[in-house]
Design a protein around this ligand. Structure first.
Ligand code: S6P
Ligand code: ZN
Length: 186
């Protein structure tokens, strides 16, 4: 393949072109939020939680892909809007996140019990090492946008998180974001 470039608006992360757009609504992530009653109630409106604009290259070792995530501001109960979160199917692959706008938290954990978080804002360059599941949470009032760069053959394992959840959750307490143990973690 030939080298290429695409322009990104550094204020809002908009890409002038992309290969694939993914829109995730609440109905695409049923059962993810702690307050299941509130989740069910919000499902009648089925809000968009986030969008991903991907520039993917062939899924082969050595290739890199990238994508911009736009995570809307909002909460289900006291829990902030978040991405599904995933491990990479090929566990030996890492990833880089670059914050473009808004503010939030990048929550990470390993299968053997380690966890970590990084505050994301404009200019933050976060490194997700191999073997770490990652989920983004919008704790602000604006869109949280970031650019993710990852090996094209990384793949997504959503199933593990769908079943178990993350060990930690991010909820609003007295107007502030707090990271707490997930009462529904299995
Ligand atoms: C891909 C990378 C991001 C996420 C995006 C949405 O490896 O980590 O582009 O795909 O932030 O999150 P999720 O968990 O729905 O894929
Ligand atoms: Zn990833």
């Amino acid at each position: 393949m030939k080298p290429f470039s695409i322009k990104m608006n550094l204020e809002n992360g908009n890409l002038e072109e992309y290969r694939k757009k993914i829109v995730r609504r609440l109905s695409d992530m049923k059962g993810f939020y702690i307050d299941q009653e509130k989740e069910k109630r919000e499902l009648s409106k089925d809000p968009v939680i986030y969008e991903v604009y991907e520039v993917s290259t062939p899924s082969e070792a050595g290739q890199l892909s990238y994508g911009v995530t736009i995570l809307y501001p909002g909460k289900i109960g006291e829990e902030y809007y978040m991405t599904k979160g995933h491990f990479h199917e090929k566990e030996s692959t890492g990833e880089i996140y670059i914050g473009i706008s808004g503010s939030g938290i990048l929550l990470m954990e390993t299968k053997d019990g380690d966890h970590h978080f990084i505050e994301m804002r404009r200019g933050t360059i976060a490194y997700v090492p191999p073997n770490w599941a990652h989920r983004s949470i919008n704790t602000g009032k604006e869109m949280l946008t970031f650019l993710a760069i990852y090996p094209s053959d990384a793949g997504h394992d959503y199933g593990t998180i769908e079943k178990k959840g993350f060990r930690k959750v991010v909820i609003e307490v007295d107007g502030k974001a707090k990271i707490m143990d997930n009462p529904r973690y299995q």
